[in-house]
Design a protein around this ligand. Structure first.
Ligand SMILES: Nc1ncnc2c1ncn2[C@@H]1O[C@H](COP(=O)(O)OP(=O)(O)OP(=O)(O)O)[C@@H](O)[C@H]1O
Length: 231
């Protein structure tokens, strides 16, 4: 088992929980397309899986490590060593070059600088980012180029888990399909588990598994009903 959630409850404030997930399991190497209504908590769930947020109760197990039992610092290290995260807006550092943006994710990982540099070159070549742009600052790259830098950065440490939060929302159709093909190919080569959130239902065909967040969450009315039955 790659990931398992149990009795997870999360809310940003004291009101009713945003997420209430009795159980969710994902096998190593599985590619999951996660959909759900806007505001239902998809990005929040991804951040919980990456250890960027911590649940109020319940357990998040990723590759045998219980994230909710770790300190913030331990979670940051775990993320650097095991998880690649592709954000919706790519989150490149604007004043760093494309190449240095890729290397950034390797700083806390296991590999040394030389290994990271050669891996960065390999990935950028594979992603067909012209070498003439490698030293250009993140802020002047086109959206399609930024997107490729973001995948390279997420894949630099060959993460066992890849998380992608609407990474294609800024792309045109051609770039979107190229992005998906590359992402799938690289995830396959590394046998990475992939969790991918998108509003774009056309992308669901790329995935062996499609989960709907509303099916994972226990509804508030059912919770009330169960509470009523216990009392
Ligand atoms: N840092 C935060 N503090 C407080 N509330 C937040 C925070 N981040 C998100 N929320 C709220 O939590 C809810 C779920 O947000 P989230 O971004 O996880 O949903 P989503 O399903 O990814 O939405 P979308 O599909 O529109 O991107 C929203 O109501 C949002 O306003």
């Amino acid at each position: 088992m790659s990931i398992s959630l149990n009795d997870l409850i999360f809310s940003y404030d004291q009101t009713a929980p945003l997420l209430n997930i009795p159980s969710w399991e994902i096998e190593q190497g599985e590619k999951v397309f996660l959909k759900g209504a806007s505001g239902s908590g998809k990005s929040t769930l991804l951040q919980l899986l990456a250890g960027l947020l911590s649940p109020q109760s319940g357990h998040i197990n990723v590759f045998g490590t219980q994230l909710d039992a770790l300190s913030q610092r331990q979670r940051d290290r775990f993320r650097a060593e095991n998880i690649g995260y592709i954000f919706q807006q790519f989150n490149l550092i604007p004043y760093l070059s494309a190449f240095d943006n890729v290397l950034l994710s390797g700083e806390f990982g296991k590999s040394n600088k030389q290994e990271n540099q050669s891996r960065a070159r390999e990935l950028l070549t594979q992603l067909q980012l012209p070498e003439s742009t490698w030293q250009q600052q993140g802020r002047i790259l086109s959206i399609g180029q930024q997107q490729r830098v973001a995948i390279a950065r997420a894949l630099l440490s060959s993460p066992k888990l890849l998380i992608a939060d609407e990474p294609t929302s800024a792309l045109d159709e051609d770039n979107r399909d190229a992005f998906m093909r590359t992402l799938m190919e690289l995830a396959d080569t590394q046998n990475s588990t992939l969790i991918f959130v998108s509003h774009d239902a056309r992308l669901a065909d790329y995935f062996d598994r499609r989960d709907n967040l509303s099916d994972l969450c226990q509804s508030q009315s059912r919770l009330n009903e169960e509470r009523h039955n216990v009392l």
